[in-house]
Design a protein. Structure first.
Lengths: 496, 98
């Protein structure tokens, strides 16, 4: 039998239901793997072994008493440390929230608990989700299971490393400008940024409220669809969650037939800065999609060239406002010598509690929103956002979905870009337009780049509330690629 | 676009309630120049005709009935407070002494 830690979520759930192994066996195998290899990865910030083993035992008990169990019952999941989970530390990768134990569950966490999933613990991230490498975490960088001298992507790098390193079959992350899709691409995993409003943001520490969206990580398209289905849907606790029936992602992932679908290649997503090996794998994947019967057209979205600039005004502006709540008054760190004014305590607390990237972005946002600069910066960025949404609308009037490389490059070395913020920001050049427009985006593995034998991903983008189209394209592509590889891309990764 | 002076940076950091060290002021002023130069590109393609977009969805205000529901107890709400007293958050002094 396959090792429990290398099985898909679908196979784990089926095996538990057939009593080939118990949910407790599955949880224990994952904790053993975490104990054996996480010192090389630093994916987990908090391991909830007691809580998870109790959840697993409860699944086995329900099964023994003949209770109905959902499709992911007993399946372990790693939770990005941005989701509140009652009484479990939630740090957001920051010193300012060190030791904070939230008094409530986020909607994503409560839905996973209701689905009888086993929550293994909290995983690392760039501080307050600001970064593309997980290096800005106050708790040290997470490494890439393909090569531990390299980054696992970010900001959801703990989630991508946990799934790629076989520490968890599934993980949840969040994506504000690419923070699920880019880590998925550079670790050979599947990562999905749903339509904005598709999954509740209740209980997710807010970075940029108009851009943030939670989504699944998995090793296969079908596993991602199952987790997505479990956590998606309207939530009265999030006033921006969409009150409409959610599409059937699982059926779309199983569909496998893309004959007659029209897919658009955005011609702005190529050229300088794109690694040749990434483009080679992308072009091969496009040829596969064509062979499977999809019609491929090239189209132009001229405003996408300005998306990065607009994003790095809108995102810091929103984050400067959202992070004002970390003032040392009601929870989290307080630096107080007992003799200072409230303003001095706030300034000292935030100086000690935030790392450099968070400080930089708060300052950029404060500047961009300040009177005298507002129209030139934030105001112009909001207009560019409109142009980007218009370009997507025009593209989706011609094609069913858009495709591009997910990240222009493969995983880079830890430390390589940490002191060059603009170089770091360029990692998100293909993923950012999706967040600005609020459409869906997904990354699926397409092979290893020629130069470095590291994973590359294809991004699939679909219109608002049509995330099922991404699963349909990704499911068909994965099926063709897996049969050519003779297994998952991750099977080629070195054993840790 | 004008470069961000050290004094300007210091006053923005004050507005954002972040006490920056001298070393941070040096490092950030050069990094922020690069970033601000780069993002200023947004001004190239915009005009007065374009309607600014603040959100991905056409969102409207969401109302609910004004009914008392479940909420955190004072004990739970104060559990993570750096300081509390008499069921309230204890904060540093807000008014200057006379």
């Amino acid at each position: 039998m396959t090792e429990l830690t290398r099985m898909t979520a679908v196979d784990l759930a089926a095996g538990i239901k057939k009593k080939e192994f118990s949910a407790v066996d599955v949880a224990k195998a994952h904790f053993d793997q975490i104990a054996a290899v996480d010192k090389k990865l630093n994916a987990f910030l908090f391991i909830d072994e007691d809580g998870a083993m109790a959840q697993a035992a409860n699944v086995d008990k329900k099964l023994a008493s003949g209770e109905f169990l959902g499709p992911l019952a007993g399946v372990p999941v790693a939770v990005k440390d941005i989701f509140t989970q009652k009484d479990i530390p939630t740090t957001c990768g920051s010193r300012i929230l060190e030791n904070w134990r939230p008094p409530y569950d986020s909607t994503v966490v409560s839905r996973m608990k209701n689905a009888d999933m086993v929550l293994l613990g909290k995983v690392n991230m760039d501080e307050f989700a600001m970064g593309s490498s997980t290096e800005t975490s106050a708790y040290g960088p997470t490494t890439n299971p393909w090569d531990t001298s390299r980054i696992p992507g970010g900001s959801s790098g703990g989630s991508s490393a946990a799934v790629a390193g076989f520490l968890a079959p599934l993980a949840v992350g969040t994506d504000t400008g690419g923070s699920i899709r880019q880590p998925a691409a550079v670790t050979g995993t599947v990562g999905v940024k749903p339509t904005y409003g598709g999954i509740s943001r209740y209980g997710i520490v807010a970075l940029a409220s108009s851009l943030d969206q939670a989504g699944p990580f998995a090793r296969t398209v079908l596993d991602a669809a199952l987790l997505h289905q479990a956590i998606a849907g309207y939530d009265p606790l999030d006033s921006t969650s969409i009150n409409q029936p959610i599409p059937d992602f699982v059926a779309a992932a199983k569909h496998k037939d893309i004959a007659g679908m029209k897919l658009g290649i955005v011609k702005e997503f190529a050229g300088e800065g794109y690694q040749a090996g990434v483009l080679n794998r992308f072009n091969e994947a496009v040829a596969i999609l064509r062979n499977l019967g999809a019609e491929i057209v090239e189209l132009s979205c001229p405003s996408f060239t300005y998306a990065l600039a607009a994003y790095y005004l809108i995102q810091p502006s929103e984050c400067s406002s959202n992070l004002a709540r970390f003032d040392g008054m009601r929870y989290g760190l307080r630096v107080d010598d007992g003799d200072s004014s409230v303003e001095q305590v706030m300034a000292a607390t935030r100086a000690a509690g935030f790392g450099p990237e968070v400080k930089r972005r708060i300052i950029i946002g404060t500047y961009a929103l300040s009177s005298g600069y507002y129209d030139a910066y934030y105001g112009s960025a909001q207009k560019v956002r409109r142009l980007i949404a218009d370009d997507f609308n025009a593209a989706f009037s011609q094609v069913d979905a858009l495709i591009s490389p997910t990240s222009p490059i493969t995983a880079f070395k830890i430390g390589e870009k940490l002191n060059d913020p603009m170089a770091m920001y360029l990692n998100d050049i293909c993923t950012i337009p999706v967040n600005l427009a609020g459409v869906g985006g997904m990354s699926v593995p397409i092979g290893l780049a020629d130069e470095d034998n590291l994973p590359a991903g294809m991004q699939i983008m679909a219109p608002v509330m049509c995330d099922d189209r991404m699963y349909r394209v990704a499911g068909a592509l994965e099926s063709a690629l897996v049969s050519s590889w003779g297994g998952l891309l991750l099977d080629k990764a070195p054993r840790l | 676009m004008s470069k961000l002076s050290r004094d300007e940076l210091r006053s923005i950091a004050d507005l954002a309630r972040i006490a920056l060290t001298e070393a941070e002021l040096d490092q950030f002023s050069s990094q922020l120049d690069v970033i601000l130069d780069s993002v200023a590109k947004v001004q190239e393609i915009v005009n007065d005709e374009i309607k600014p977009m603040s959100h991905a969805l056409d969102i409207n205000n969401v109302f609910r009935a004004d009914v008392v529901g479940n909420s955190l107890s004072a004990t739970d709400a104060l559990a993570a407070a750096p300081a509390s007293e008499d069921d309230r958050f204890r904060v540093p002094r807000i008014l200057e002494e006379e």
